[in-house]
Each structure stands twice: as C-alpha cells, then as structure tokens.
Design a protein around this ligand. Structure first.
Ligand code: GLC
Length: 408
C-alpha cells in the first residue's frame, strides 16, 4: 500500500499534530506500507515527519493560495473559504492555482499512491483536482464544514471524487454527513497521542522564564491556555475569568502558543492579546510564552489547563494531551470536545464563552486539591483506554484498505 498525505500547512497546529501521530502509528503497525507527505509550505512539520523516516517534500503554494484561511486559523463561523472560489475565478491568481494543480498532479504521478489522504480544506479540493485516476481520495476533516458556505459547496461538488472521509469526532462526522446529504461514507476516528511523551512524569518547562517574568512565588496556582491565536480560541474568556478570581486565589495565567497561520484577520497578534489582558486588568498576572514545541513539558508545569473555545471545538487535542499528563482540565463543553470527556469524573466543563462559570471552576479547583488529583488520575486512565495512538492504525487500516479496493 502506498499512501500520500497532503497537508496545506507546515506548521504544528492540531491537524498537523494529528497527522504526525497517524504517521507514527501507521509506520509502526505497517512498516511494509510506503507513506509520504507533500506540504504546501515549509515549516516544522517537515522535520518531525522526516524523523519518522517518512519522505516529506514541500510543493510551495503560490502566494494567493497560501494566504487563504485553513483549518486552524479562521473562526469556524468565518467565511474564510469564500475567498477560495474568488481566487479560483480571478486571473491571474486563478492561473497560479491551475499551475499549482499541474505541478501537484505531476508529483502525484511520480509517487503513484493507492490512497491520497488530504488533511485540510485547501488540500481536499486540490487533491480532488489532481488525484491520479488509480488513487483513492480520503478526506480527513478536522473542522466543521457547514460553518463555511463556499467550502460546503465545493466539498459537495467534489464528493464523488472522494472514496471516504474521516472525521475527528462524531459531531464533525454528523456535520459532514449533513453537508453531503448522506452521499459520503464518513468514519469518525478520534485523535490520539503518544502516551509516553504526554505522561504525568517528565521534565517541566520554566514558563516564567519563557514569558520573561520573575519566578512566581511558591504556592502560586499556574493556569494555562495552550492554543493557536485563532480568534475563536477564547483568549478573552480566559482573561475575563482570571479577572473574576477572588484575591484569595494566588495565581498566574499563561498564554502558551503563537499566531501560527499566514492568514491575516482570522487570528490575534501578540500585541492585541497583551492589550486585551491589560484592558481586563490582569496583565501583571499573565505571561506569554510564545510557541512551545515541547507542549508536554509545558503542560506538566501547570496546575490547571483551560480550554476556552467560544465556538464548538471539533475535537480539542490539547484536552487529551492535558489529561494524559495528569493535569486537571476545564473544557468548553460543545462539539467534539464535549464528547471526549466525562465531565465531573475526568474533567470539568463550562459553557462556551461563559467567563463567570470558568472562573467558578478555576476557583473550585484552586480550593480543592483532592479534586484536582482525582481528575488527574481519572484523566490519565481515560486516555490510556481511549486515546493511545496505537489505536489510530487499528482504526485507519481498514478504512484505507476499503478505499483502495473501491478503485481496483
Ligand atoms: C483542528 C480542530 C481541533 C482538532 C484538530 C485535530 O485543528 O479545530 O479541534 O483538535 O484539528 O483534529
């Protein structure tokens, strides 16, 4: 079996991390399969994939294409993909896309895949346009399609070129089925993580140093939000909740992450976030670490991990990472994120956007260390049962085999 993966982004957002885990899981389970990756831009994804002994090449997007929003950056409610059709229709930008498709087609003919696995909206469409006839196309959907009207129309139009779709949660799978009016085979496959790396024991990052802050006094409760700077990731909710904590809670908040994507407008800049934290009166209690590669060590440095997305989260990889590291996590309960926790047992929840409820939950955890410990224990067990990345190969191998056989 030869599988070629197409990723629009070379950064390390959720969809790309999920891809790395798939590649690791699959190459361990099926060393006889030939896997390779083609990426639309250079970035840290490339070296991570190469270190798994998997061939990875960059076929750089022309500028107009790379500036279009994709999975991680835009709000699910924003019509980022509207630009896609405008782009394709407008010359000369349209011409650069046509040229790109020709180059991609040539590259794919060389690689001669049985299955073409696409991992982001732009690649779902480019893959449908450039798929060699002998290859079966599998879309891996990481975000809600229905929130993007133009992408909805495009996926509907090209769904007959696609043999199967994978969705990262039941909620995303239902959304895609509705978009395709049932005319698409959709397999929900939850993401999974490396449980040796994301484990309660191991090194810890010095978050204060990363944020250029003096060391917080002993006993300080460390609360962190790990996310890209997408506008729907809820940084404002985080700052607001911190501002509502009573003086009895001695805390420091950490914003861990950066503006990863090239699309302007759909994500905050660091300056905007700093300004926001100062408008909410918490700037002296919040540190910004920037992009952190070793997220496991960053998570282990925290007492509480918050997930604050203001829109339904398709999956929420960081939730599973935090549970695997044995940390108490407070989740914005909507979408796929609500499916992957057992609220009250292995995580706490709050209504998306509700800063008061989030502040109540943080306060509850600050005052109840036993609750923190029991959530942490239950969270680790839960990830061992359901989110071990060896499971990815088990889930995906039959999907690939079936897709490939449809084309033979
Ligand atoms: C996208 C989704 C996120 C998910 C990730 C991996 O980034 O927005 O919820 O965790 O993909 O599937």
């Amino acid at each position: 079996m030869k599988i070629v993966y197409l990723s629009p982004s070379g950064q390390l957002g959720g969809a790309e991390k999920s891809l790395i885990d798939i590649l690791a899981s699959l190459s361990a389970a099926r060393p006889d399969w030939k896997l390779s990756l083609v990426v639309g831009e250079d970035g840290p994804l490339l070296s991570k994939v190469k270190s798994l002994n998997i061939a990875a090449t960059v076929l750089p997007f022309p500028q107009p294409l790379s500036r279009l929003g994709d999975a991680g950056a835009g709000s699910p409610g924003q019509n980022q993909s509207g630009a896609f059709s405008m782009l394709v229709k407008s010359a000369p930008a349209g011409l650069s896309v046509v040229k790109y498709v020709t180059r991609l087609r040539r590259e794919l003919r060389k690689l001669d895949p049985d299955v073409l696995h696409t991992n982001g909206f732009k690649m779902h469409i480019l893959g449908a346009w450039s798929r060699p006839r002998e290859a079966s196309l599998v879309w891996h959907i990481h975000d809600y399609v229905s929130a993007r009207p133009v992408m909805t129309r495009l996926l509907r139009r090209y769904r007959s070129r696609c043999s199967a779709a994978i969705a990262n949660s039941n909620s995303v799978a239902d959304d895609l089925r509705a978009v395709c009016n049932g005319g698409m085979k959709v397999h929900p496959v939850y993401n999974a993580v490396d449980l040796d790396r994301f484990s309660p024991t191991g090194s810890k990052s010095n978050l204060d140093m990363l944020a250029s802050l003096p060391q917080a006094p002993p006993g300080t409760l460390r609360v962190g939000l790990l996310a890209t700077f997408g506008r729907w990731k809820g940084h404002a909710v985080f700052f607001k909740a911190l501002s509502l904590l009573p003086p009895s809670v001695q805390f420091r908040g950490y914003v861990i992450g950066a503006a990863l994507y090239k699309t302007a407008g759909s994500q905050y800049s660091l300056e905007e976030l700093r300004k926001m934290s100062s408008q909410m009166g918490v700037s002296h209690k919040v540190g910004f670490t920037g992009f952190v590669d070793d997220t496991a060590s960053a998570i282990r440095s925290l007492d509480i991990v918050v997930h604050t997305s203001t829109e339904p989260e398709p999956f929420g990889l960081v939730i599973v990472e935090a549970m695997a590291c044995g940390r108490a996590v407070i989740v914005s309960r909507a979408g796929g994120a609500a499916e992957i926790i057992d609220e009250g047992t292995n995580a706490l929840g709050h209504h998306p956007g509700d800063a008061e409820e989030l502040a109540d939950r943080i306060k509850q955890l600050a005052e109840d260390i036993d609750l923190r410990k029991s959530l942490a224990r239950a969270g680790r067990t839960w990830t061992e049962q359901h989110f071990n990345r060896a499971r990815l190969a088990t889930d995906l191998i039959p999907i690939y085999c079936e897709a490939a056989s449809l084309n033979n």
